[in-house]
Design a binder for this molecule. Structure first.
Ligand SMILES: [Zn+2]
Length: 115
């Protein structure tokens, strides 16, 4: 693989991946702009090609009971070939343009360490 220098995606605290790729839909080595929301999520499924199902757990306040309930939501995200993820990994995803019917986020890197 050639070592094309990574683009500046505009999020300075995320380190670019060690590998390089030729994918035009890669935020680091292609043309894909990342803007909008930036989320941390856990990889729960990696069955589709270059796509991951991510799950996010958040707490929602229920005023009637004066306590929090645990809620989950799942999002689909594009995984560029230069980023290796496994099920169970915590990753940072950025919002991008719609890449497929249900995919509008892209994995930028793993969370943890420099985060
Ligand atoms: Zn790449």
């Amino acid at each position: 693989m050639s070592s094309k220098p990574a683009r500046n995606v505009g999020i300075p605290w995320i380190r670019p991946p060690a590998k390089s790729c030729e994918d035009p839909r890669c935020p680091w080595h292609g043309e894909l702009p990342v803007r909008g929301r930036l989320l941390r999520a856990t990889v729960v499924r990696l069955r589709a090609t270059r796509m991951a199902v991510l799950e996010r757990v958040y707490y929602h306040y229920r005023s009637k009971y004066m306590r929090y309930e645990r809620r989950r939501s799942r999002i689909h995200a594009y995984v560029p070939p230069c980023i290796d993820v496994k099920e169970g990994d915590s990753v940072i995803v950025g919002e991008a343009r719609p890449l497929a019917k249900s995919v509008a986020f892209v994995v930028l890197g793993k969370s943890g360490g420099a985060s």
